[in-house]
Design a protein around this ligand. Structure first.
Ligand code: IPE
Ligand code: IPE
Ligand code: MG
Length: 232
């Protein structure tokens, strides 16, 4: 497989599980379960292509407002996936890092999350960030509160970055959102300032290997200017 320019960091808003299930007369939670297959595909392709950072939006701060049964189903799914896949993840050299307001997670889920992070922390082939109970505004506010608690009176962009949940990760080069919605939905607000955006109508459970490669190929053809003049 050859793609000209591989993004260092890809972020994905995995959307459309509910619609996928509804179209088939299934419950939303079945859609989430099938969506987990697409997660496996994008992780495998990321390893093959040599993408170093992959950030997946799994659960937003706003998603806590969904029906209790769906929230419970999602938490159960997350826990199960982390438990079942952590061996594979470890063997493949993947490091799992979870970003978000983790204090809101149920105790058993938090335990599994911490274990997965500890087990894989020295891996470096692919940094897999899972955004769980994550909100871009929450991240910025959490950063500001830490800055205040340290008694700082002034800040610049580079030092502000150090207070974000994952200061070691470079900004995403490419953001993919599935299921046709063209919005950011409170994802990585600070980090997406110069990210290339890719939207597809494909629902997340149908977003498999070939579509992911297609998105990367689309990215590799883009010209990034960062506000400058670039000779083409
Ligand atoms: C994305 O699919 C998964 C999560 C937000 C957890 P949705 O559940 O938002 O699916 P739609 O948008 O209702 O189809
Ligand atoms: C964004 O999807 C959050 C995740 C994919 C985890 P939503 O489905 O929650 O976003 P909105 O509600 O359509 O903006
Ligand atoms: Mg949605």
């Amino acid at each position: 497989m050859k793609v000209d320019r591989i993004p260092t960091h890809v972020a994905i808003i995995m959307d459309g599980n509910g619609r996928w299930a509804k179209m088939r007369g299934l419950s939303r939670n079945v859609g989430h379960r099938v969506g987990a297959e697409s997660v496996r595909d994008v992780i495998r392709v990321s390893l093959e292509l040599g993408i170093k950072y992959l950030t997946l939006f799994a659960f937003s701060t706003e998603n806590w407002n969904r029906p209790e049964e769906e929230v419970r189903g999602l938490m159960h799914l997350l826990k199960g996936l982390l438990q079942n896949e952590v061996e594979f993840i470890y063997r493949e050299g993947i490091s799992i890092r979870v970003i978000g307001r983790l204090g809101r997670l149920p105790g058993d889920v938090l335990k599994v999350v911490k274990k997965a992070m500890e087990l894989t922390e020295d891996n470096s082939k692919l940094y897999l960030y899972l955004a769980i109970s994550y909100g871009g505004r929450a991240e910025i506010v959490d950063a500001v509160n830490r800055i205040i608690s340290e008694g700082r009176r002034e800040i610049d962009e580079e030092s502000f970055r150090k207070y974000l949940y994952a200061p070691e990760a470079p900004d995403p080069d490419l953001l993919i959102r599935t299921a046709g919605e063209k919005r950011i939905s409170n994802f990585l607000l600070w980090q997406l300032a110069y990210t290339e955006l890719y939207f597809t109508d494909t629902l997340w459970p149908d977003f498999r290997r070939d579509e992911f490669i297609e998105a990367i190929e689309d990215y590799s053809r883009r010209i990034r200017r960062f506000g400058r003049v670039v000779e083409e």
